[in-house]
Ligand binder design. Sequence first.
Ligand code: GAL
Length: 360
Amino acid sequence: MAACSGDGAGGGGGNDSDKPGDLTIGVSMPTQTSERWIADGTSVKEKLEAKGYKVDLQYAGDDIPTQSQQIDQMITRGADVLIIAAIDGTALSGQLQAAADAKIPVIAYDRLIRDSPNVDFYVSFDNYKVGVAQATALLVGLGLKNKDGSDGDAKGPFNIELFAGSLDDNNAHFFFNGAMDTLKPFLDAGTLKVKSGQTKIDQVAILRWQQEGAQKRMEDLLTSSYNDGSKVHGVLSPYDGLSRGIITALQNAGYRDDMSVVTGQDAEIASVKLINDGVQSSTIFKDTRLLAEQAVVAGESFLQDKTPQANDTETYNNGVKVVPSYLLPVQTVFKDDIKSVLIDSGYFTAEEVAAGQAKG
Ligand code: GAL
């Protein structure tokens, strides 16, 4: 365990005599191009500052060397705890070793950091269940299932296409596995058909989760597999940014009222508007306020020389060890759920949903 008694500047972990104002938490976030990571970074910073801690928050522009450098600097500047959402989950072993040498506990934020013994805790959502929820939302959107889990009236067969996230993000594999386990009986029965034949994660993954990458792949799929007048009825998309790229490709190809059932994740405001407007079918809401809160609770435990409380000590093997985790539940959001799940909880206002923009 890297929890420690603290040994002065850069010693990490704090000690009993340290006041919050003497302690700095380094927060390393992947990118500001996605609104969710801005919300995550802001939430973590505000919650830590409200407790009196100093926060060194950095965004890495989805550039791996930049993130490594930023973490190196946090360590040099004497961070007492690191909270990291990695761009490439396998690229930070050197930084994590330096953190361990300086006795700085490391919390992996939403994305597991792999191939390193120096990850002390993991806060995330139940990522396999996210995949199950995405596939289930696709089945509900197509009418094969009802929201209550009973069989829907639709019979199919339906043409679908599959997308996955960035292969260097551990989560992408959990989402895809959860989704494919859920879709398998329908694929086996022929109720769902992947017309392109691309069903392996490395065929359907989108590097860095980029919207443009998803748009390009969807355009290619339309050209290669749907130039015979057939329709794409559904698209499994694991993230709202990808969903927006997919929807743009479909719209450019003339899809309007016959828009495919497109899933998503993160309840990004631009996508919540698309759902409200009946363009995107669903998203999976992961309350970043709760995730930020868990990161703060875990960080504070380390600063007080305690072990953060895990609720999962089995699932997240990072290739070297099982990392104790705190996993939060997720909620599926269709148009009907926007008010009860997103507005009534204060995550967005009705005005923000209508505008498709958060006021921040
Ligand atoms: C994943 C995360 C998703 C989504 C995606 C793209 O690691 O779990 O919620 O945000 O990155 O940013």
